[in-house]
Ligand binder design. Sequence first.
Ligand SMILES: CC(C)(COP(=O)(O)OP(=O)(O)OC[C@H]1O[C@@H](n2cnc3c(N)ncnc32)[C@H](O)[C@@H]1OP(=O)(O)O)[C@@H](O)C(=O)NCCC(=O)NCCS
Length: 156
Amino acid sequence: MKILLLDAQACDVMRTQLADLLLDALGLGGRQAEDHWQDVRAAVAAGSRRLLAASHDGTLVGTVQLDLCQRPDGRRRADVQALMVHSRARRRGIGGVLLRAAEAEARALGRDALRLAAAPGSGAEALIHDLGYARVDGAAGAHVTYTKTLLMPEAA
Ligand SMILES: CC(C)(COP(=O)(O)OP(=O)(O)OC[C@H]1O[C@@H](n2cnc3c(N)ncnc32)[C@H](O)[C@@H]1OP(=O)(O)O)[C@@H](O)C(=O)NCCC(=O)NCCS
């Protein structure tokens, strides 16, 4: 399996596979899926987001996004978003590999303050917990928020 960093052109080339993955993993299809990937492509092109993809034998099996905070006081922050693995490829460690790859990318960009939101009962919680994310208590809404401070090379 390979982890790829997709640029805007790669988003275009892989459009069909990205749409299939979003439908399979998060149940988003049609216009919603088109809008999602268009927004991601624009943010990737603008440099405010990284899109990492797991590919096995040329087939896309999962993705994760890293949204880079653009506020002047948020230069060390990034949100891990839309971690998803195709249902055919789950429980083989790909979600963990993707999350670690997103962390490595954040570290390389000097972003050590990560945030992540997960739906309770999504199955992601054990994975997130194992990788050292701490649950933020008191947050309302359908998702639970987690944070993690990465150990940076200079602090290691
Ligand atoms: C959550 C998701 C990304 C996990 O991907 P994955 O490739 O299956 O994850 P991994 O194989 O790396 O799992 C690592 C560990 O996480 C835990 N885990 C993963 N999926 C789980 C599930 N459905 N139920 C309970 N624990 C689960 C297990 O501890 C697992 O280790 P194990 O298989 O040795 O028991 C995948 O199920 C998915 O795409 N779900 C739909 C989208 C989603 O909910 N994304 C999360 C947003 S934060």
